[in-house]
Design a protein around this ligand. Structure first.
Ligand SMILES: [Zn+2]
Length: 143
C-alpha cells in the first residue's frame, strides 16, 4: 500500500514538472521525458545496457527490443519483430533518466532523430503493459 502510494506521488510530481515545461514549439522533449519516466516509475523500463539473453554489455552498440518480450538484446539474439535503438538513442535515454527536464530543454529538440526513437521505445513499453493489464482484466471479468 505504501509503495503504491509512493508511485502515485512520483507520477503526480512527474506530471506537474512536465506540464510546467510544455510550451508552444517545445513539446516533444517534455512528452518523451514523461513517457520514458512513466515506464521507469511503473517498473517497466528494461535494463538498457545488457543483453537479457547472453548478458553482453551493450554500451556503444544498438540494443534491440521487441514489443512482446522482456528486456533488450544484442544483435545476434534479437527476437522476431525487434526494432533497434541505436547507441545515440540509448545515450539520450540514459541522459533523460539522469538529468532534469529543465536542463535538457536548454537545447533545442526536433520531433525526429534519437528523441523520436526514445519516444517510440517508451510508448511501445507502455502499450504492451496496458494491453497486458487489459487482458488480465478481461480474464478476471470472465471468472
Ligand atoms: Zn545477446
Amino acid at each position: 500500500m505504501t509503495s503504491e502510494r509512493a508511485v502515485e506521488d512520483d507520477v503526480f510530481r512527474l506530471t506537474v514538472a512536465t506540464l510546467a515545461e510544455v510550451k508552444v514549439g517545445q513539446v516533444w522533449m517534455p512528452v518523451t521525458y514523461f513517457t520514458l519516466w512513466m515506464t521507469r516509475l511503473m517498473g517497466w523500463l528494461p535494463e538498457l545496457g545488457v543483453c537479457i539473453v547472453c548478458g553482453e554489455v551493450l554500451r556503444g552498440q544498438p540494443v534491440w527490443f521487441a514489443a512482446g518480450a522482456d528486456g533488450v538484446t544484442c544483435g545476434p539474439h534479437k527476437r522476431p519483430g525487434s526494432a533497434a535503438l541505436p547507441p545515440e538513442a540509448v545515450a539520450l535515454a540514459e541522459r533523460m533518466l539522469r538529468r532534469p527536464l529543465a536542463e535538457l530543454l536548454k537545447e533545442s529538440w526536433g520531433k525526429a532523430g534519437p528523441l523520436a526513437m526514445v519516444r517510440r521505445f517508451a510508448v511501445e513499453i507502455l502499450e504492451r503493459q496496458l494491453e497486458r493489464q487489459m487482458r488480465s482484466a478481461r480474464v478476471l471479468a470472465r471468472l
